[in-house]
Ligand binder design. Structure first.
Ligand code: NI
Length: 171
């Protein structure tokens, strides 16, 4: 099932998500499949459950955008455990369509998370994967990438979104 993507302004995006405590269930498998389907349909490389209106600590990432099945990543209850270096590049979010801003992130990131069966694993990513690991973990903490840009730029985006809401072009 393809879910609609929740857009900036909805409180679920700015609320810390809840831990997942039940693993190996059909419900969880279905949610993971639906999240991948919704992410590919929206042409994203990452999607966190709050972005489909579900306040749970689960995110999916595929930096190959569906080209390489081996790059499909499911992160449940993820935590960043190590970061190294810095990179600065443009970042966007499916919940803020039409906007992109340069964001400084670590160059190399290690995340500890659980898989669908509840098994704990660690993954280390560089460059785009490091960025995606940070961006999606942020989502589960109720944070959007615009919290990492200047207040001036953030206010500009807020004003533009407000105009789009008024025009009925942001739903
Ligand atoms: Ni996002």
């Amino acid at each position: 099932m393809i879910y609609d993507i929740v857009k900036y302004g909805h409180p679920v995006l700015e609320t810390p998500a809840e831990q997942i405590t039940e693993f190996g269930t059909e419900e969880l498998e279905r949610l993971i499949a639906d999240m991948f389907e919704s992410m590919y349909a929206a042409k994203g490389v990452g999607l966190a459950a709050p972005q489909i209106g579900i306040g749970k600590r689960i995110a999916v990432i595929d930096i190959s955008a569906g080209q390489d099945p081996n790059s499909r990543l499911v992160l449940i209850n993820p935590e960043i455990v190590h970061t190294e270096g810095r990179q600065r590049d443009e970042e966007g979010c499916l919940s803020l369509p039409g906007f992109r801003e340069p964001v400084t992130r670590p160059k190399r990131v290690t995340v500890r998370a659980q898989d669908a069966s509840g098994k704990t694993f660690e993954i280390t990513g560089e460059d785009l994967l490091a960025r995606a690991l940070c961006h999606e973990t942020d989502h589960l903490n109720g944070k959007l990438y615009i919290s990492h840009i200047s207040a001036l730029k953030r206010d500009l985006i807020r004003r533009k979104v407000r105009k789009l809401v008024k025009a009925g072009e942001w739903a």
